[in-house]
Ligand binder design. Sequence first.
Ligand SMILES: [Zn+2]
Ligand SMILES: [Zn+2]
Length: 95
Amino acid sequence: MQKAEIYCPECKWVPPGLPLWRCLDVCGNVWDTFATGGVCPKCHEKFEHTQCLSCWKLSPHKNWYHYPKKAPKELLEKLNKKKSTKVNSKEVINV
Ligand SMILES: [Zn+2]
Ligand SMILES: [Zn+2]
């Protein structure tokens, strides 16, 4: 299982792992949104968008997770296999 790198998709700001996000309009709780995948631990409200505290842009929460690319050799083998068998498969990422 690969660990995702978490940073702002706009400016690459890395969240410090501190409770800096507020559950706006719902319960007012403050917590680290990346520890819970955008879910308020108090009222369980799910936030689809997360605001960057560096550039202040609002991005979809899942866009903050960046998965490292596979080794180039492995990737080439995969591509060659796909070409020969003409299989088109969707990659699903669970966040
Ligand atoms: Zn809440
Ligand atoms: Zn940012």
